[in-house]
Write a protein that binds this ligand. Sequence first.
Ligand SMILES: Cc1ncc(COP(=O)(O)O)c(C=O)c1O
Length: 414
Amino acid sequence: MTTIAHTESGTALEQTLTWWQREDLCYQDGDLYFAGQSVANLVREVRTPGFVYSMDRVRQNLMRLHTALDKAGLKDRHTLLYAMKANRFAPLLAALKHSGLCGIDACSPREVEHAVSCGFRPGEISFTAGSLSRRDFRLLSRFQGLFFDADSIHGIRQWGEMFSGSEIGIRVNPGLGISRDGNDKLQYAGNVTTKFGIYKEQFHEALAVAKDYGLDVTKIHFHTGCGYLTPQLPLWESIIENCLWFIDQCDSVTRVNVGGGLGVPHLASDQALDLDSWAQALWRQFGDRDLHVEVEPGDYLVKDAGLLLLEKTYLETKRDVLFLGVDAGFNIAPEPANYNLPFQPVPVYYRGEPLSPCHVVGNINEALDVWYENALLPDMEDEDYLVLINAGAYSSSMASNHCMRGEFRELLLQ
Ligand SMILES: Cc1ncc(COP(=O)(O)O)c(C=O)c1O
């Protein structure tokens, strides 16, 4: 039986230990369960630091997106491409291929190689990246059927030299960015000129270069930021509207790729993305145009499908702050430190004890190695383990060996 832990109603305490609970991630009689397994058992099996991913949750996330797009009117007119830079764990990629629910968005030749080694055909992979070297293009040319979105005029020329007469996509930059709470570290477009995509000012030149090489521009691609939630939906729609200008310049376009960026809540106060409204905005803008819509989410598919299992190293008050140390630092999951995206710490056992604040910190010699300030947790004196939720995306895939502490384990629960 699933019992969701409840603390005093309506308080910060309640929110700390309830906002993230769901059918497959919740307390049952005080023990944390994830994907049908006791997290205490997972800690024994995987050991710490370790990432555990639930393939069921990833499939549910994919299905929720497909359903919203179908319901909005885009049935048989959309494709989901998993942005594998979010998490490239091979068993996860193989399971995604097996699910048949998505293709791949890749952003480097090695990613393409890896996706192919996990079972994807090049024809199921869409490639979007910038600053590509000659060597990169040579490597890409080995994958017949790969679809290439050029991020610059340089990219159009290089592709044209290898594959004159083929189809190509162009990544555009509408000059408007989007992100969770306006977080500018997560924006790829906006007032500040960025390296991503081709702006309106250069678009006709880009089309002319494509024509010179006999390339058929059949796709417009845009990805303007990450982590957006329901409050950002009006902005989302104006970004789509802005991108119609690019589509209208080019008769040969049959597909539009609206990138990724769909976010998941990180805090009790975050309002989850209303997928129906999100999909309806796509329908309103593209419904009466004869366009196939591609979406390439990373975060939305895998972030909330992953936990980071940690062991407590110490508990100590310094001045007036209680520090809870754990056996891994920001180098194996850089989002909280680098992007201000907190991963809620959650105890493996919770039996209704009072909660009090502590700073959860890692084992790296850097001032930014703080997992979570003022986390509300029960007394951890006699407890050894805790987990960070939302650790399934941009964690292991961005991990470094800084301080030679880059070791971690990974397990996919199928
Ligand atoms: C071109 C492109 N597509 C898709 C994504 C995936 O974004 P997210 O994981 O936020 O969905 C990214 C991430 O930065 C990207 O650059």
